[in-house]
Design a protein around this ligand. Structure first.
Ligand SMILES: C[S@@+](CC[C@H](N)C(=O)[O-])C[C@H]1O[C@@H](n2cnc3c(N)ncnc32)[C@H](O)[C@@H]1O
Length: 390
């Protein structure tokens, strides 16, 4: 099967998590840059990466990279690429997005129209036609310029991969599903440990945790643009990948995953979202303010995204709220707590300095992922150990 270079964009600061996921899927990583990971894979890799990756924003097929400082160079560079290997004669193609950073060429609309014109010129000579009907499958193109280096890609995903399809109801300031999944993966939480999100909003953290625990692939219930690229990807590869994902699901497991929120309507929405994700039976949602957070067991995890004062009038309530978080946390025995917030006095009011923190951009918002580590539970002795010690 033909090998492609695939580019997976992700949240800035979370490249290592995505790199690990791609590696675990079995593909060779060729480049890690700020906000994206490039890897090699065949047609099946396009299906598998779209369906299985939890932290990638989309999967792009790299058509070419070259340098351009003038529109002529851009036109010639695009025209020199083998577009006929990707876009069939009836393909519908357009530049969905052009972005430019620290480059001489910066007008997105000019870049978009020149790239389209150059592809048309190339395909005219290859297909010996003067006019393209464009009534076949869609081939959206994304172009990135960074320091005059042009990267041209075809978007295999379509809608961003954070749209898993389960979240139709959101709270005021929801986290994206991809960011929530990446943050959980940054912690040592595993499915046999307690998971509590006391500010669950639309339920993103608990739902992503349950999907991981049950091994449900995030892209099982949605469509991808490249499903219609029958010139490059045999339809049966998509069916086989969904079958592979189905075979891996284990929903009959016992987990302790809980989501609380002070707002009853939000809790209702979270429950609906969990139902759509197929994990409703794995999560206990309840309306409860953080000051009433407690749990009788040891060694649990809080992973959460508390309010950070999105509106000015909410800011005044933050010292009291973060003090309540600190108090609730101190009442839990041997727990770990991970919280993402842009509130810069979080540690001060929680009353403890985080063991670690990590800067993460949530869109344009600079946030920190504070990590308060609890002790590890003692290792359970298995039968062999017991016999050895007798
Ligand atoms: C930033 S949002 C969480 C968004 C969530 N991560 C999501 O993806 O939808 C913060 C949530 O905290 C809730 N909240 C505010 N004050 C609270 C309190 N004292 N106790 C519990 N929840 C509270 C709000 O209702 C809101 O849903």
């Amino acid at each position: 099967m033909k090998t492609f270079e695939l580019v997976a964009p992700c949240h800035f600061g979370l490249e290592a998590v995505l790199k690990r996921e791609i590696y675990d899927l079995g593909y060779e990583i060729t480049l890690v840059e700020d906000g994206r990971v490039t890897f090699e894979g065949d047609a099946e890799a396009i299906c598998r990466s779209n369906i299985f990756l939890r932290t990638a924003e989309r999967v792009l097929l790299l058509v070419g990279r070259f340098k351009a400082t003038t529109f002529d160079e851009l036109f010639e560079g695009i025209k020199a690429l083998p577009w006929e290997s990707y876009i069939p004669v009836d393909g519908k193609f357009w530049v969905k997005k052009a972005s430019s950073i620290k480059s001489k060429l910066f007008s997105s609309s000019d870049i978009q129209s020149i790239v389209k014109k150059a592809i048309v010129e190339r395909l005219k000579t290859k297909y010996h036609v003067e006019w393209f009907e464009e009534n076949g499958a869609s081939y959206p193109i994304r172009v990135f310029l960074l320091k005059d280096e042009v990267m041209v890609t075809l978007d295999t995903s379509g809608e961003s991969l954070h749209k898993r399809g389960y979240r139709t109801m959101t709270s005021k300031a929801p986290l994206t599903e991809t960011l929530a999944a990446a943050l959980i993966m940054l912690t040592p939480w595993r499915k046999d440990r307690i998971f509590v999100d006391p500010f669950c909003g639309s339920g993103t953290f608990p739902i992503e945790a349950a999907l991981m625990a049950a091994n449900i692939a995030p892209g099982m219930n949605r469509n991808f643009t490249a499903e219609n690229w029958t010139n490059l990807i045999d339809k049966k590869l998509w069916y086989e990948t969904v079958e592979e994902a189905n075979d891996q699901i284990t929903t009959d497991i016992t987990v302790d995953i809980q989501g609380y929120d002070i707002d009853g309507d939000v809790v209702k929405a979270a429950r609906e979202n969990a139902k759509r994700a197929g994990v409703e039976h794995m999560i206990h949602f309840q309306q409860r303010p953080v000051c009433e957070l407690h749990h009788p067991k040891k060694y649990g995890f809080i992973i959460t995204n508390p309010p950070y004062g999105e509106r000015l009038e909410d800011k005044a309530a933050l010292p009291e709220l973060y003090s309540q978080i600190g108090e609730a946390y101190r009442g839990l025995d041997a727990w770990s707590m991970y919280l993402i917030t842009s509130y810069d006095a979080a540690e001060q009011y929680i009353g403890r300095k985080a063991d670690k923190n990590r800067k993460i951009y949530n869109g344009m918002l600079k946030t920190y992922f504070y990590q308060f580590m609890g002790p590890k539970p003692p290792k359970r002795k298995n039968k062999c150990d017991i016999r050895e010690n007798m």
